[in-house]
Design a binder for this molecule. Structure first.
Ligand code: GLN
Length: 233
């Protein structure tokens, strides 16, 4: 059995659980799959029972404060960096999974880290500048299919972008780190500081909100990766 948790301290955790449920049903209709148990995570004990975790969107400063108050910050860092279990952060969740975040007027915040990048919070502006845009996500293409993928409706709400890769020396580690895979950029698809989906080893992040759409493809893709990873361990 695979236990998939969603951090349920603040933000869009219920929406993630809804899409995870649909993704699990979709996968179990196919090949032989392990039973998938979905659970909300609010305590270190609940986290310890998980094989993988989603950090939802919301407000990253609040999320990190409540995580600290709940005694979850260190267990979350261990989950990501020591146990190296699969984690996916959306929007505020992505911010928490970056090693550095741009300072805000009110100062910094405690991060969990795991992605060797710097993230720029509220890159596209305030709530009123929120928008939905169709973006191509070639990584969703399964099994070398040459069929053109339908674009994904990406919901950006006070969304961050990743705007800097951190140098190995700045990461203060001698251990080789997995490569950073850039999975999507917006608004341009060329080189630049506009990364909106990326993966580094066990850590996956999107600056938009797939859980606020009806499109289950990213949840299916991630859950499939999680099941493969739990089988290998
Ligand atoms: N801008 C928010 C933050 O800094 C994230 C917004 C979101 O998760 N929709 O935490």
């Amino acid at each position: 059995m695979a236990t998939i948790g969603v951090l349920a301290l603040q933000g869009g955790f219920a929406e993630h659980l809804g899409l995870l449920k649909r993704a699990a049903d979709h996968l179990s209709a196919g090949a032989q799959q392990p039973a998938i148990h979905l659970t909300e995570v609010r305590t270190p004990e609940q986290l310890a029972a998980c094989d993988a975790l989603i950090l939802p969107g919301g407000e990253s400063t609040t999320l990190s404060l409540v995580a600290a108050q709940s005694g979850l910050l260190e267990p979350l860092r261990n989950f990501v960096k020591v146990s190296k279990k699969p984690v996916w952060g959306t929007c505020a969740g992505l911010i928490l999974l970056c090693e550095e975040a741009s300072a805000t007027k009110r100062g910094g915040q405690e991060l969990i880290g795991g992605l060797d990048v710097k993230v720029h919070r509220n890159h596209f502006g305030r709530q009123l500048q929120s928008f939905v845009h169709d973006i191509d996500l070639p990584f969703l293409k399964q099994g070398g299919s040459t069929e053109k993928q339908t674009p994904f409706p990406a919901v950006f709400i006070r969304a961050p972008v990743v705007d800097k890769m951190l140098e190995q020396q700045r990461r203060q580690t001698d251990t080789p780190r997995p490569a950073i895979e850039i999975l999507a950029r917006y608004p341009s698809t060329g080189e630049g500081d506009n990364i909106v989906a990326l993966r580094q080893g066990n850590v996956f992040g999107t600056s938009f909100h797939p859980e606020l759409t009806d499109d289950v493809r990213i949840h299916v893709w991630w859950l499939d990766q999680v099941i493969k990873a739990t089988r290998e361990n």
